[in-house]
Design a protein around this ligand. Structure first.
Ligand SMILES: Cc1ncc(COP(=O)(O)O)c(C=O)c1O
Length: 428
C-alpha cells in the first residue's frame, strides 16, 4: 500500500465529494438491511488494496449515506464538517495521540486548554472556568450531572419538557430522578416551580424543537438560593454568541456551574466535538479522578482524564484549532449571520402565505412552521422523497410541525428558496 498515492486519491475523493454533494439526493432512500446485504459477511483473508475500499465506498455505501454536508440538509441541526476540520481529522489520525494525561502528549492537553480559552473569548464566557473537550453533549451533560451529584447526592434533576433527551439519559445514568418542568407560551422553562430538592437544574439555550432559550438569569437565582447545580445546555445555540447581537442568549450563564456547547453543531467542526466548561472543576475531579499505578506521572500538570468519564481521549483540539484559525472570528460571524438572515427570510415567506403558519418564535436559524390544512408529516415525507432537501418534524402541543434548520456553510439563498418551493409543491 502506498500511503502517499492512496492518500492523494482519498483527498481527491473528498474534494470531489464536497464539490459535487449539492447534486446528490440529501436523504438516503435505502431500506433497512439493503446496504448490509451488499457487503461480504466475512473479512478478507488477504490484504486488499485501499482502492477497493474507495470503490466500495462509492458504489455500495454512498447510496446509503445521508449527506449531512449537503447545503439543503435542514433537518435536526444542520452542520458542517468544514475543510480545515476535515484536514485536521486526517492529521489527528496520523498522530493517533491518546491525550488521557498531560504526559501522554503534552501538546494535546495544552492545545485543548488554549482552544477552550479561545472559544470562551469568542462566545463571551468567563475565561477562568475549567474547560475541556468531550465527544458529545450527551457525555458533557453526564459529566456535569455526575459532578453535581458529588455536592448533593440523591436529589432530582429538573429540566424543561423541551430539554434534549440526552439530559434524561444522563440523569438516569448517574442515578438521579428526572423531573420535567412545563414551558411557557414561547416554549421556555417556567420558573414558578419548587426546585428546593434539586441536585441539578438543566437550562437549555436553544432547545432542540424550537431553539427556545430558557430564562437562565431567573434559574441562576433559584439554584443559588436552593444550592442546586445549574448546567446550561447550549449545544446548538452557543454558536450564535460569536455575534455580539446574539449574546443575549447567554445572559446569566457566567453564573452557571457548567455549560456545554457543541462546535460540531453550528461551529463548522466535524463530528465529534463538545466543549464542557465548569466553574467548579473540583466537583468534576471528585466525580472522575483516579490514579492507577500505571498512570502516575511526576509532573504537576493537568490530566484531563480526571474531569470526564473517558480515560482515552482523542486529540480533538487540533480540528477545533484549525477551524477557529482558518475561519477567524470574522468568518464565523459572517456564516452565523448569514444563516440567521436566511432563516428570517424563510420566515417572511411562511408568514405571508395564507396556507401556512409559523409555529414558534425564531431566536436563531431554525424555523418551525406548518401547513394549515395538510397532513404535515405526510407532506414532509413527500418533500424529503424528492431528494432535494431534508427537513424534519417535531411536535408542539401535540401537533406536528416542520423544522427548517439552517447551519451548513454552503447553504445559499437559492437553496432556501428551493426548499420553500419543494415544500409548497409537496402540500399538493
Ligand atoms: C439542545 C441539545 N442538547 C444536546 C443534544 C445532544 O447532542 P449530542 O448528539 O452531541 O449528544 C442535542 C442534539 O441535537 C441538542 O439539540
Amino acid at each position: 500500500m502506498s500511503f502517499r498515492a492512496d492518500g492523494q486519491t482519498a483527498l481527491d475523493w473528498a474534494a470531489s465529494y464536497l464539490e459535487g454533494v449539492r447534486e446528490r439526493p440529501v436523504l438516503s432512500g435505502v431500506r433497512p438491511g439493503d446496504i448490509r446485504a451488499l457487503l461480504p459477511g466475512s473479512p478478507p483473508e488477504q490484504a486488499e488494496p485501499f482502492a477497493a475500499v474507495l470503490r466500495d465506498l462509492d458504489e455500495l455505501l454512498l447510496p446509503g449515506v445521508t449527506h449531512w454536508n449537503h447545503p439543503r440538509f435542514f433537518a435536526y441541526f444542520a452542520t458542517t464538517g468544514s475543510e480545515p476540520g476535515i484536514l485536521a481529522e486526517l492529521l489527528t489520525a496520523a498522530l493517533n495521540v491518546n491525550a488521557m494525561v498531560w504526559s501522554t502528549s503534552p501538546a494535546a492537553t495544552e492545545l485543548e486548554q488554549l482552544v477552550v480559552d479561545w472559544l470562551a473569548q469568542l462566545l463571551g464566557l468567563p475565561r477562568d472556568w475549567h474547560g475541556h473537550i468531550e465527544d458529545t453533549a450527551s457525555t458533557s451533560t453526564i459529566a456535569a450531572l455526575a459532578a453535581a451529584r458529588t455536592l448533593r447526592p440523591g436529589g432530582a434533576v429538573y429540566a424543561s419538557e423541551h430539554a434534549n433527551f440526552s439530559v434524561e439519559k444522563a440523569a438516569n445514568l448517574v442515578g438521579l430522578e428526572y423531573r420535567t418542568v412545563p414551558v411557557d407560551d414561547e416554549f421556555r422553562m417556567r420558573t414558578d416551580v419548587d426546585l428546593s430538592d434539586a441536585t441539578a437544574v438543566v437550562a437549555t439555550v436553544g432547545t432542540t424543537s424550537t431553539t427556545s432559550v430558557d430564562p437562565v438569569p431567573a434559574l441562576v437565582e433559584a439554584c443559588e438560593r436552593g444550592g442546586a447545580w445549574l448546567h446550561v445546555d447550549a449545544a446548538y445555540a452557543g454558536a450564535a454568541a460569536v455575534c455580539p447581537e446574539h449574546r443575549w442568549a447567554l445572559e446569566g450563564c457566567d453564573r452557571a456551574d457548567s455549560l456545554v456547547f457543541n462546535p460540531h453543531k453550528w461551529l463548522f467542526t466535524p463530528m465529534d466535538c463538545s466543549v464542557l466548561w465548569s466553574r467548579k472543576p473540583e466537583a468534576l475531579h471528585a466525580a472522575f479522578a483516579a490514579s492507577p499505578d500505571y498512570l502516575r506521572s511526576e509532573e504537576d500538570a493537568l490530566n484531563l482524564k480526571d474531569y470526564g468519564p473517558a480515560l482515552g481521549r482523542r486529540f480533538r483540539a487540533l480540528k477545533l484549532w484549525a477551524v477557529l484559525r482558518c475561519h477567524g472570528r470574522g468568518g464565523l460571524q459572517a456564516l452565523v449571520r448569514g444563516h440567521v438572515r436566511l432563516a428570517a427570510l424563510f420566515e417572511t415567506w411562511v408568514a405571508s402565505d395564507p396556507n401556512w403558519e409559523l409555529a414558534a418564535p425564531r431566536p436563531f436559524s431554525t424555523v418551525c412552521f406548518r401547513h394549515r390544512s395538510a397532513d404535515n408529516e405526510e407532506l414532509v415525507r413527500r418533500a424529503n422523497a424528492t431528494g432535494e432537501l431534508f427537513v424534519a418534524t417535531t411536535k408542539l402541543r401535540d401537533e406536528p410541525v416542520i423544522r427548517l434548520a439552517i447551519g451548513n456553510a454552503q447553504t445559499t439563498e437559492d437553496d432556501v428558496r428551493r426548499a420553500w418551493e419543494v415544500l409548497r409543491e409537496s402540500a399538493g
